[in-house]
Design a protein around this ligand. Structure first.
Ligand code: SAM
Length: 477
């Protein structure tokens, strides 16, 4: 380790910044966030610094640097655009044993300001040991994505309970176990979801004398998106790595399943057209039972759980049984397939609205409001429409949609097996019959389909990008 990482108390401590440009402004901003008392010496100031002076946040002396300026300072930053001046400041500061940072001159620095992920009071500082500030910034971006915004609240809550927990669990090992439970379990989830009252109620339960025997289960109803693992949300990923049981169905792509915790128990519950591994009521019951046994259950569903996903029914049962749950949206097949096929679902010139419907066949028919679906200037997306395609085409045309209306059929959208058939209502069935698609498939009907000729951008890779097969073996469609 070339440099010693430290977190310094700078509240109300005097700090000097020499220079008034954009770089100086960034450094000033960091010092002010840490509560330092900042003096800036520079003949002129960047607009951001002028605003800060006007707001009374710092003292400005509009003149060049003088030797005696370093007196009484706890920390100095040399950020002028004159290298010689910066060097002189560094020499003076070093002679007086005052930590100094010199912009763009690592040799002259006795400390550096790291890249920061700020989840105050939690702060992550990253240094590349003066070698590559850009690399440190890149790492910071990655960590920003990984550390939920609510971690500050979690730290603040932990701080408030620290003494009580110490009192309640005298044994350090018990205390550690308690904090593990709180910081990785239902309490943390409540905090990250912004539900502070519920979080405190749970922590109080955990502190109750009989808490060790009681376990609080929870269900995360998570949308896994249409197939490409890069399309899941940060929150989904975090919960996927936290849950100890995964209940998933057929539309969840293998690489996404592989992103769940390695030691998690995995339960497959279907569903394929006319072939359900478990009936819906049995799935609802299973979730309740698992949660009651104290498990953190990930209910992973393709696309978005609230769009043709029966997610509502599952949480209805959970709510009735008093099981805590949260719902994490996913990218629904319509959005994923349309984006990856280069077909905007709405467009000022072609479609002012979009309708999502299910083309699921029941007793050989599809019960839909066909006159509404046949209106012009709209896009209609059919989920589960492959088997009923001839009926869909026939019904639309019977209600006045012209036979040359464009239609796209997207097979396994967003995956390496994506294939897009485009044609018209009059031609699509012959195209599909000549080269049967592999489900799942989605139908997009409307003038917007024409835009694909110009906007098609996605070239499916030859093989899955994420290792294991991306095949989302067909389901209803
Ligand atoms: C039971 S619905 C579930 C929809 C899901 N909840 C969603 O929001 O996308 C299943 C249907 O979604 C469509 N679907 C899901 N993923 C798809 C994909 N990657 N490509 C094409 N269609 C897909 C198909 O029409 C499939 O039959």
């Amino acid at each position: 380790m070339d440099l010693l990482p430290l977190f310094l108390e700078m509240r109300h401590r005097p700090c000097l910044v020499v220079g008034g440009g954009a770089t100086a402004a960034r450094k000033v901003s960091t010092l002010l966030r840490a509560g330092a008392t900042v003096t800036v010496i520079a003949p002129e100031l960047a607009p951001e610094l002028v605003r800060r002076v006007q707001a009374g946040e710092l003292v400005h002396q509009a003149r060049p640097f003088m030797t005696e300026d370093i007196q009484g300072q706890r920390l100095i930053i040399a950020a002028t655009n004159d290298r010689a001046v910066n060097r002189r400041i560094a020499e003076l500061a070093q002679a007086a044993d005052i930590p100094v940072n010199v912009v763009d001159d690592p040799e002259s620095c006795t400390f550096i300001l790291p890249s920061i992920v700020d989840r105050s009071p939690v702060t992550v500082a990253i240094s590349s040991g003066k070698t590559s500030p850009v690399l440190a910034r890149l790492l910071r971006t990655r960590l920003e994505a990984l550390i939920p915004a609510g971690y500050g609240r979690l730290a603040e809550l932990s701080g408030r309970y620290r003494d009580r927990v110490k009192e309640r669990f005298q044994e350090p090992a018990f205390r550690r176990r308690f904090w593990d439970r709180v910081l990785q379990g239902a309490v943390a989830e409540r905090v990250l979801a912004g539900q502070m009252q519920e979080a405190e109620a749970l922590i109080e339960q955990e502190l109750a004398p009989d808490a060790l025997e009681r376990d609080i289960g929870e269900v995360y109803l998570v949308g896994a998106g249409p197939g490409d693992p890069d399309l899941i949300t940060f929150r989904a990923l975090r919960l996927m790595q936290q849950a100890d049981v995964v209940v998933y169905d057929r539309l969840v792509a293998t690489p996404i399943l592989n992103m769940t915790r390695r030691d998690a128990q995995r339960i497959y519950v279907g569903k394929q057209r006319n072939h359900h591994a478990l009936r819906q009521e049995e799935i609802n019951r299973l979730l309740v039972d698992l949660a009651k046994d104290g498990h953190r259950v990930l209910r992973l569903k393709g696309g978005d759980p609230f769009i043709f996903g029966r997610g509502g029914e599952e949480i209805d049962t959970l709510a009735a049984e008093g099981i805590p749950f949260q719902v994490i949206p996913g990218i629904t097949a319509a959005s994923g397939c349309a984006a990856y096929a280069g077909i905007p679902l709405t467009h000022r010139d072609y479609a002012q609205s979009v309708i999502f419907v299910t083309g699921h066949l029941k007793d050989g028919t599809i019960d839909l409001n066909w006159p509404a679906l046949a209106q012009p200037h709209q896009t209609v997306v059919f989920y589960m429409g492959l088997a009923g395609l001839p009926i869909i085409v026939e019904r639309l045309m019977a209600h006045g949609v012209p036979p040359d209306m464009p239609i796209a059929l997207v097979q396994q959208g967003t995956t390496h097996l994506q294939k897009v058939y485009t044609g018209t209502l009059a031609t699509i069935w012959d195209q599909v019959a000549a080269d049967p698609p592999i489900p799942p498939t989605l139908l997009i009907v409307g003038e917007v389909v024409r835009l694909r000729d110009k906007l098609n951008w996605y070239q499916p890779p030859d093989e899955p990008v994420h290792g294991a097969t991306t095949e989302i073996l067909g389901s209803e469609s």
